[in-house]
Design a protein around this ligand. Sequence first.
Ligand code: ACM
Length: 554
Amino acid sequence: MLKQLLIITMVASGLSVAQPAASQHQLIPAPVTYTAQPGHLTINGPLAVTNEGANSAQLKAVTQWFGQQASRVGLTVDANAAAGKVLRLRLVNKPNDHGAEGYKLEVNTGGISIEAGEPAGIFYGLQSVLQMLPARALNKGVQLLVPCCTMADAPRFGWRGLMLDVSRHFFTVSEVKQYLDVMAHYKLNVLHWHLTDDNGWRIEIKSFPKLTEVGGCRVPRYGTFGERLAPVPGEKATDCGFYTQADIAEVVRYAAERHITIVPEIDVPGHSLAAIAAYPELSITKVPAYVNPGSKFSEWYANGTFKMLLDNTLNPADEKVYAFLDKVFGEVAQLFPGQYIHAGGDECYHGYWEKSPVCQQFMRKNGIKDVHGLQSYFMKRVNAMIAAKGKTMIGWDEIMDGGLADGAAVMSWRGTKGGVEAAKMGHAAVMTPTTHCYLDYMQADATLEPRIYEKLYLKTTYEFEPVPAGVNSSLILGGQGNLWTEKVPTLDHAFYMTYPRALALAEVLWSPASTREWPGFVQRTEAHFERFDQGKTGEGQNCHGGNGLRPPQC
Ligand code: ACM
């Protein structure tokens, strides 16, 4: 944005001045209202911070954080600065005034003031201020100017998410923090953390240590995911990575400071090969399995059906599986303070269940008519155990097959149909259709980036409408972008795939639909590229090369 801010430099009284354009903001997501006012705030010393509010301790932490961020461009804040320009933060503790995340912001020649009903609103107001500051430190002697304006802002949706798959590629704590930093900057507030899958179990569960000792390791492989060599007999699984419970607590704390809720996903009953590698007795076939290093695992047929070549499903007919899951979800519920726990439910291959006499007998005994009913039975059991821990289950839209569990929320990925049906039945839904939200899909021509089987261009993402006509909008919690990482080998590549499409999602999910405007968004996005070039921010700054075996080098 600060092209405008910096483009024109003047020499006046021996000072260069960074001259912002006054009429237009460069904010992403676009605020609900923005009114340019005449003049600029000139900042040439520390901003004196004043905190007002029922609990101004809440504001102290956020002020400190803002100070760290703003210091990148040479702006300092100081609670004791006597005179000069002011940063006034006012928490009215009346959420009805601005909504739980909304704020009012004014920049005038005397300073900046932000008023909000809740600390999140102050935080988002400060994010807007950060976006009004230059992308990079100004040259010595150049004055920092911010255009005067008034803004009122609040999000359209409460669920503005990104999903990060840490099973296919393990990201270190430091890397997850960097991912969170950028999310917060664009007012994204949910990290859906895909912690388990066929290619690695990434969360320590104290009751079942082999989940990470065995399930967190695979044989080292490079090359195209899906075509890699399966483990050879006797080969050691040395490519390891998992989060200890202390790591999880640290990431949860870090996210909460940035007003991001983490939704953990334990993907069952399919996608469970890593758990089965650790505890083969959890499956029907009970054959010793291995954590898949990215070798061929399925066959897809022209009619849309598929077959899993390895049995990666939990046994729905075994009480011991439910006892196992109860302990797993019990520990997960303790670690994550948010309301939702994601229990997966997607792409569960039923072939091994269909062939199993144990499953057939179980179905007869329980009056279950087919394998869809059996999956529904399984998800209802999981739903009940999650509810008993005071949480709400959310699952991919397959959890509706055979009947949706009471109170469960649906994450609609095979289009928006599942979310629409869920809302019609009075269930909450999060919209994340492949057509608009799959960030693992190519965003450019295949000659320019690694080939993936689908494309999703920025413009299409920007056209995403989370509330289809005729749906009770109060049941659509929001939406999210999903970054599956089969073909994402580094954090840099994760950022490349996520942005700028996540900027489009940030705007779709925050700004009123009526303010959406593609040419303006493109122009603002271009301006934000300069910020991306400035690199990483936050505690995880400049950390590279970590994996489960080696700590990152910071
Ligand atoms: C999914 O993409 N399997 C939810």
